[in-house]
Design a protein around this ligand. Structure first.
Ligand code: GAP
Length: 449
């Protein structure tokens, strides 16, 4: 990832219809984005791969879909009303607001003055705590009693359903509940494209374990999640695990490790794995009066500890794009290619009639398209020179392109071109679906940069 910048990623996303600035025709709304066709497909693939690893391929985790707006008492019990805040300072010189703990990342104090080469002194107010939860009103009455919050994490929806899922269905720890869905945070300084946004899709799993087993499961989930990212194409050298110091931990955590990725802006948190202990279940028991605990057959009771891997699709999306982005010169022409893992690539294959005016080529191409699209997102592309079509597919990360040409009309074979190696081979038209199925099952690792 030598010369990948966030600007290049933003520009490709926009050019190729992955991601657009939101509300653009009204001047935008800072750090808020809308996803176009390829962005939606790629997000779906990330979510599906997470659900596959967390739920589909295991028998100890189930899924949940809880509400975004919950009883405000949830956020009092969880500690978010009091503790979910960042220190905020205003700069009287720049007239901007910053996170006091991230001042070194900001431009504050580095604004040029009217004298060349000089910088204006920043003049900061005292830091005060700013709660990151978005407030809203529920119902027609606008009074304090109707104030509610947009959830800042999906996790609490899981804890308040512990009784429904665990106790009633008698799921014995260790077991987990997984959830994907939107979370909202009124970040003081959102930015760096999708890295820090105010509206994002979290994928969280709360794994309930007997207290004595918590350290072992904590290590287990760090390893599992690291392996998941590598398995989906992130290069090991761009990933590392960093354990939080005591002062850095969230109010609910007794141990946290970040899986960090080397983004173009430096090493940053991609995913967090936390040991939340019995904090949440105990808090909700105390505040709701409903006992959230596990009762063994012999009547012994305990409050399970919770190990939580938590990540947003946005952070994975950016990491995968940065890791996959590659510029090179092939046959004296520039090529930009997204070497995405085939499972993550928005489009699995392109179908290209070499001569779009040829009725026979179009008929065969369309038949192949109908065959493949029953199972995968594939794309029919007949616009422009074949080389340009290859380049377009390279830029959106399509792993394979099938070209229907004169030879197809003679012997019913097609050319398949590999995005990464650029190798081409011929295979029978009738065998394309089976070939693609097999190719998508093969292990894939990123080519050497
Ligand atoms: N339930 C625990 C929790 O929410 P967190 O570290 O605040 O912990 C978990 O968030 C993950 O959510 C982060 O590792 C990151 O992937 C993602 N995330 C948090 N804030 C985000 C933001 N403003 N924009 C994009 N992703 C964010």
């Amino acid at each position: 990832m030598t010369d990948v910048t966030m600007d290049k990623i933003v520009s490709l996303c926009r050019r190729r219809g992955f991601v657009f600035p939101s509300s653009e025709i009204y001047g935008g709304i800072g750090s808020t984005f809308d996803y176009g066709h390829y962005g939606v497909l790629m997000k779906n693939n990330i979510r599906n791969e997470w659900l596959r690893a967390m739920v589909q391929e295991r028998d100890d985790i189930v899924v949940l879909d809880s509400a975004v707006i919950q009883n405000p008492a949830v956020w009092v019990a969880s500690g978010h009303v009091v503790n979910f805040s960042d220190p905020l300072v205003d700069c009287r010189t720049c007239k901007l607001r910053f996170r006091a703990d991230k001042l070194e990342d900001s431009q504050c104090g580095r604004r040029p003055s009217v004298h060349p080469g000089e910088f204006r002194e920043c003049d900061l107010t005292e830091a005060r705590q700013f709660n990151l939860m978005f407030q809203t009103q529920v119902g027609a009455m606008e009074d304090a009693a109707s104030t509610a919050y947009l959830r800042p994490e999906t996790a609490q929806g899981i804890f308040i359903n512990f009784k429904n899922v665990a106790q009633l269905a008698r799921r014995k720890p260790p077991f987990g509940i997984a959830q994907t869905g939107k979370s909202f945070r009124n970040e003081i300084t959102p930015g760096n494209f999708l890295f820090r946004v105010r509206e994002f899709e979290q994928m969280e799993m709360e794994f309930f374990v007997p207290p004595a087993d918590a350290p072992r499961w904590y290590e287990y989930w760090i390893e599992q999640r690291l392996a998941w990212h590598v398995g989906l194409g992130l290069r090991s050298e761009n990933l590392r695990v960093r354990e939080h110091g005591v002062e850095e931990r969230s109010h609910y955590s007794s141990a946290t490790s970040d899986i960090e990725f080397r983004y173009p802006i430096g090493w940053q948190e991609l995913e967090g794995v936390a040991n939340r202990g019995d904090f949440d279940l105990s808090q909700h028991t105390e505040h709701s009066g409903t006992k959230l605990e596990w009762i063994e057959q012999d009547g012994t009771r305990y409050v399970p500890y919770v190990i939580e891997p938590a990540v947003s699709i946005e952070r994975i999306f950016v990491a995968m794009l940065c890791d996959a982005y590659h510029e090179e010169v092939v046959a004296e022409r520039d090529r930009t290619v997204l070497r995405l893992h085939p499972a993550i690539a928005p489009v699995k294959a392109a179908i290209l009639p070499l001569i779009p005016r040829s009725g026979d080529m179009v008929t065969r191409s369309r038949a192949l398209l109908d065959d493949l699209r029953a199972r995968w997102f594939v794309e029919y592309d007949d616009g422009g020179q074949i080389g340009r079509r290859y380049r377009r597919q390279d830029e959106i990360g399509t792993p394979w392109a099938f070209t229907i040409d004169e030879q197809t009309l003679e012997d019913e074979t097609v050319t398949v071109r590999d995005r990464d190696s650029l190798a081409q081979e011929r295979l029978p038209l009738s065998g394309v679906a089976a070939w693609l199925e097999d190719a998508l099952r093969r292990p894939w690792a990123p080519p050497a940069p």
